[in-house]
Design a protein around this ligand. Structure first.
Ligand code: GLC
Ligand code: CA
Length: 564
């Protein structure tokens, strides 16, 4: 396998709005990122991915772009963007930005012209989006062209009376989908991508990549995902971008696509295909999702955690990419609950479970991502009122659940456990007001526990979660050969309590043994000569065929291979 720099890089995902507010207006910004780069360097990070920084009405916190060429006033300006990149460069940190290609804001000038038949450029821009004539029911009442349901919960079509047509939006109604079958639109997007490449970015995280193509027969279906997601032709669009822009400019691309089949994964990231370098997959993300029921559907429906599903998802990804591609490792991002609350335990075993999660993930082969705040064990929110939330998705789903008859109490509990705002609260830097994120009122409330959980508290404590992350990220660099390029073998894959694997490297093998539960467990390790392994890291215990592990107990053992 040809070695590439991005295989051994440690990526840190920055949720710009909530990272660090340098000018005290309550909103994180680019100078804030610049000021905290030394912190990231010290953490062991050498690539950052920044969530959308573009001008936007912030219906979906910047994923609704109003002007691709302008930095949002909330975040700074083009000067601060360049300053941030220059500082990153000096520190040896690469910068990836988010590329939103599936939709724009409804306030983007293209969409404004597209919905205004009187505009001289109407014909040109109308076709930048996806429009359909209304249907009429038996009573001759105007109805939507299809009954599809958007990823955020409501219908996917909204009506514009001036044109007497509905436009398609598979996310919020302020995010009309772009028409990728339109060559002029594509050319405009490519020009925009080139603009940011010329400004010096090292790559992109490509948002919602699998949604670019739609079924233009527009059949009914509810939710109808098969008609607007993962249609084969979206690969052509991505390959076109890769060939014309990503590959010639030597960029790193992370593509976001859920539920890709084996063939698709290889299309995205196979070394010989090269649409993207790394795929953001989701197989491990909702291992406690229940079945749809009368009150909740999809991720909102919760059941017991299936630890085996998490292991199987990773095992599956390794099998699929095998030696023909490279795998990406992460627990969660800005669209998920906080991992320590979701898969760990954010009260009595906060520290133990956060470290267990870090160790089990970062001894795996592949390229690693850390999500902002994960390195100090930031937790889910305990907001009491619906007004405390900010995410557009929360409000549609709140109504859905209440309309279906779920009590306010249970609805709030469901939202608190599953919503995206959990991952979007201000970064907790210290124990001062608002966790040191801002001196103003933050755009979203700081989490209740910032006085205990913050960078300053953990900085000097060698056994803290933060220092566990620092240690692991650095180890991934110094022993990349054995960790990042190792070959993984999971044990007891069906077991729903433990997380055990062997990562077999060039000169060393690492054995990871972890209890994923808040209760003691007993596990049996078969087919391994345990005498060959020495304790290496974690919570010390003796290796035995039959092992008793305390809640979240995690140990790493090492076998040096005799050479020659
Ligand atoms: C991606 C982003 C998410 C956003 C959506 C629409 O899934 O990660 O935050 O809401 O795309 O752009
Ligand atoms: Ca600010």
């Amino acid at each position: 396998m040809e070695r590439k720099w991005w295989m051994t890089t440690n990526i840190y995902q920055i949720y710009l709005r909530s990272f660090y507010d340098s000018n005290n207006d309550g909103i994180g910004d680019l100078i804030g990122v610049k000021e905290k780069l030394p912190y990231l360097k010290d953490l062991g990070v050498d690539t950052i991915w920044i969530s959308p920084h573009y001008d936007s009405p912030m219906d979906d916190n910047g994923y609704d772009v109003r002007d691709f060429y302008k930095v949002s006033d909330d975040y700074g300006d083009i000067r601060s963007f360049q300053e941030m990149i220059e500082t990153a460069r000096k520190l040896g940190i690469k910068v990836l930005i988010d590329l939103v290609l599936n939709h724009t804001s409804d306030e983007h000038k293209w969409f404004k012209i597209a919905s205004d038949p009187k505009h001289p450029l109407y014909e040109r821009y109308h076709n930048y989006y996806i429009w359909r004539k209304p249907k009429y029911d038996k009573e001759n009442k105007r109805i939507r062209p299809t009954n599809w349901i958007s990823w955020f919960g409501g219908p996917t079509w909204d009506y514009i009376s001036d044109v007497d047509e509905y436009y398609l939006h598979i996310f919020s109604k302020k995010m009309p989908d772009l028409n990728w079958r339109n060559e002029a639109m594509k050319a405009d997007l490519k020009k925009m991508i080139k603009y940011w490449i010329d400004l010096g970015v090292d790559g992109f995280r490509v948002d919602a990549a699998n949604h670019l193509e739609k079924d233009w027969d527009f059949p009914d279906g509810s939710p109808g995902y098969e008609y607007f997601s993962s249609l084969p032709k979206h690969h052509d669009y991505i390959r076109e971008l890769a060939e014309e822009l990503f590959i010639p400019n030597n960029l790193l691309t992370l593509g976001e696509s859920g539920g890709a089949s084996k063939g698709e994964v290889l299309k995205y990231v196979g070394f010989d295909s090269n649409e993207f370098n790394l795929l953001i997959h989701f197989g491990h993300c909702w291992a406690d999702m229940g079945k749809d029921n009368e009150f909740t559907t999809g991720k909102w429906s919760k059941t017991d955690l299936r630890v085996s599903e998490i292991k199987k998802s990773y095992a599956h990804q390794y099998k699929v990419v095998n030696k023909s591609g490279f795998n990406l490792l992460y627990w969660h991002n800005h669209d998920h609950p906080r991992i320590v609350s979701h898969y760990g335990n954010d009260h009595i075993y906060h520290e133990e479970s956060a470290k267990m999660l870090a160790i089990t993930l970062y001894f795996l082969p592949g390229t690693a991502i850390v999500y902002q705040g994960e390195e100090i064990g930031m937790t889910n929110v305990l907001y009491k009122n619906i007004e405390d939330f900010r995410d557009v998705e929360v409000f549609t789903e709140y109504e859905n659940m209440i309309n279906r008859g779920l009590s306010v109490k249970e609805t709030m509990e469901t939202i608190r456990g599953r919503c995206r705002d959990n991952a979007r609260t201000p970064m907790q830097w210290d124990d001062s007001l608002n966790g040191g994120f801002t001196k103003a009122t933050p755009w979203i409330k700081t989490n209740y526990n910032y006085k205990e959980i913050n960078v300053k508290n953990q900085d000097k404590d060698q056994s803290s979660i933060l220092n566990t992350y620092r240690y692991l990220l650095k180890l991934r660099k110094t022993d990349a050969e054995n960790i990042i390029f190792g070959e993984v073998e999971f044990f007891n894959l069906e077991d729903n309590d433990s997380f055990c694997y062997l990562n077999k490297g060039e000169t060393k093998d690492y054995l990871i043994i972890a209890n994923f539960r808040d209760y003691p467990i007993t596990i049996e390790l078969k087919d391994l000569d345990l005498n060959q392994f020495k304790y290496f890291y974690g919570n010390r215990f003796d290796l035995k065929k039959k092992l008793k592990l305390a809640p979240y107990q995690t140990g790493v053992f090492l076998r040096e291979k005799s050479i020659g």
